[in-house]
Design a protein around this ligand. Structure first.
Ligand SMILES: Nc1ncnc2c1ncn2[C@@H]1O[C@H](COP(=O)(O)OP(=O)(O)OP(=O)(O)O)[C@@H](O)[C@H]1O
Ligand SMILES: [Mg+2]
Length: 252
């Protein structure tokens, strides 16, 4: 299978500080890949390189087998809540489209089509402060997917949420991901979340260098209700904890 997204030998330093070195991996068409790594290991930097906001020092990024152009076929959900407080929900959700020069009326029409599946009916005229944290995250996610790009780049989409809201949002996302077949690169530092949400988990080391691990998640795992008690999940989590530990204290 050709990778929807392929990275080859990506490297980045900020001044003297090497952050990423020799990063290579693929995300297949329709595959959900989670990338875990300690805080500061360069996860957000990697996504900024993918969006084109940050220029890598070396390496290649391909989509469907060809190097990406300036206009990237990726939709990006940033780590922080970036809803604009002075814009109503309908227009917050349409910002990505407006940036891509879709007229506001058309952007609103496309957003409206998604309000129902995103559980946001009735919020279109509200402002972000009038929504719960979970709802705001759904608006951010709607804003990302409404752009209709084939690859989604999500930077810690559950980071700011309490455990219950997080669990609800994970369940909901699992349903709409399976219905839509997107290719997704999900950044998280939560191992359990990585295993629950993805087909494959990659480990980014905290000292710059190639990825230090890869774990395949059994597709038969019940990710909704049986997840917490599944023995396969426990084995994967243990393995990932070890890989992250090794990444933190490399034995020479
Ligand atoms: N624009 C920048 N200029 C200088 N240093 C930067 C810049 N962006 C990131 N860094 C540094 O690169 C390193 C990696 O940062 P990055 O935000 O990618 O980590 P992260 O893995 O996303 O962390 P977290 O889990 O806390 O979000 C950090 O040491 C950070 O200070
Ligand atoms: Mg980050």
């Amino acid at each position: 299978m050709m990778g929807a997204l392929e990275l080859r030998g990506v490297r980045k330093a900020f001044g003297e500080r090497q952050v990423l070195d020799d990063i290579s991996f693929d995300v297949g068409a329709g595959e959900v890949v989670a990338l875990v790594g300690a805080s500061g290991s360069g996860k957000s930097t990697l996504l900024s390189i993918l969006t084109g906001a940050v220029q890598p020092d070396a390496g290649e990024i391909c989509f469907d087998g060809s190097p990406v152009a300036r206009e990237r076929p990726f939709a990006y959900m940033p780590q922080r809540d970036v809803l604009l407080p002075w814009r109503r929900i309908i227009d917050n959700a349409g910002i990505g489209l407006e940036v891509a020069r879709v007229p506001r009326g058309e952007a609103r029409r496309r957003v409206r089509e998604l309000l129902e599946p995103f559980g946001l009916v009735g919020t279109e005229r509200l402002y972000p402060r009038q929504l719960s944290g979970g709802m705001r995250q759904r608006v951010s996610f709607l804003r990302t997917v409404v752009q209709g790009r084939p690859v989604l780049l999500l930077d810690e989409p559950f980071g700011a949420l309490d455990a219950i809201t997080r669990d609800e949002l994970q369940r909901w996302l699992l349903e709409i991901w399976s219905a839509n077949g997107w290719s997704i690169l999900l950044i998280t530092h939560d191992i359990r979340e990585a295993v629950r949400m993805s087909d494959r988990v990659l480990v980014l080391p905290s000292s710059p260098g190639p990825l230090t691990g890869e774990v395949l998640v059994d597709r038969s795992v019940d990710r909704i209700d049986g997840f917490i008690t599944d023995p396969h999940v426990h084995r994967l989590e243990e393995r990932l904890h070890t890989l992250l530990g090794e990444a933190r204290h490399p034995s020479s």
